[in-house]
Design a protein around this ligand. Structure first.
Ligand SMILES: C[S@@+](CC[C@H](N)C(=O)[O-])C[C@H]1O[C@@H](n2cnc3c(N)ncnc32)[C@H](O)[C@@H]1O
Length: 251
């Protein structure tokens, strides 16, 4: 625990954001952001989740660490390996946590390319890579038109549900090709069916191709201040939940 890079990073993250805003301001923003993701999803497309210092801090300091911990548990449970000379492409990387969590669980730790369309998220992603000592590069890009380079492992955490159906369908086909060309793909989403009505179709293709579909619940130890924020915001992440589609390299 003491040498866990997550703990050091979380501590630095807290100092970085609490230097600008107080606990109660960030708590209010956590509640606002949580409501956007659950009830006011039309606001996501307009970029409103990243508007204002409070929401940015909440995204970075609250949702980021929770996503990091969930991804890490999933990667461990799946024993999700990246080819030894591999690179991880993190689609819709946000603050970079999902690709970073996967890279830190891989030996040797692969390079990560984080792509996102939001400039603030990419700045924060750069800082995440530096803090966690990841060999990572954030890149500005709209993933709807991105071609996935050959032999690149793909991570897409909480991103596919934000895409329009056409873009989602393209990835549904492209991800299977990525695996057939020798690189693994890991898609992670919330369990809520409302957000993942497309999941069963993907799962069908995934399993037919040799992959797997899982639902996860992990009891995790949250750092004290994260647990405090969780409770103060009226949320409960003592158990982290999510679902994943995993396709190992098939070639
Ligand atoms: C819910 S966040 C998840 C961030 C990160 N993967 C994580 O697990 O914390 C979704 C991210 O996808 C990005 N995103 C959504 N649609 C995108 C698109 N068309 N092109 C690039 N990034 C996109 C958003 O900017 C946001 O950073």
């Amino acid at each position: 625990m003491r040498n866990d890079p997550f703990v050091h990073w979380f501590h630095a993250l807290e100092q970085r954001h609490l230097a600008k805003l107080n606990f109660s301001e960030i708590r209010k923003a956590v509640q606002a952001l949580s409501s956007t993701y659950v009830e006011r999803r039309e606001r996501i497309e307009s970029g409103s989740v990243f508007s204002g210092a409070g929401k940015r801090a909440a995204f970075a300091m609250y949702f980021g660490p929770l996503h990091f911990l969930l991804v890490r548990e999933i990667v461990r449970a799946l024993n999700a390996a990246v080819p030894s000379d591999g690179v991880i492409l993190d689609l819709g990387c946000g603050t970079g946590v999902a690709g970073a969590a996967w890279a830190l669980e891989s030996e040797p730790s692969p390079r990560v390319i984080g792509v996102d369309r939001n400039g603030w998220a990419l700045q924060e992603c750069k800082w995440t890579y530096q803090q966690l000592r990841i060999r990572g590069t954030p890149k500005a890009c709209d993933i709807r038109t991105l071609r996935i380079p050959a032999r690149t492992a793909v991570m897409a955490a909480f991103t596919i549900n934000e895409l329009d159906p056409a873009a989602r369908d393209r990835f549904r086909r492209d991800f299977i090709k990525v695996a057939r060309n020798g690189a693994p793909v890991l898609v992670i989403e919330p369990i809520a069916r409302r957000l993942t009505s497309w999941w069963d179709h993907w799962s069908h293709d995934w399993k037919a191709a040799g992959g797997r579909d899982d639902e996860w619940r992990f009891r995790v130890h949250l750092p004290e201040r994260l647990a405090l924020m969780d409770k103060a915001a009226g949320l409960d992440h003592r158990e982290l939940t999510g679902r994943s589609l995993w396709l190992p390299a098939l070639a």
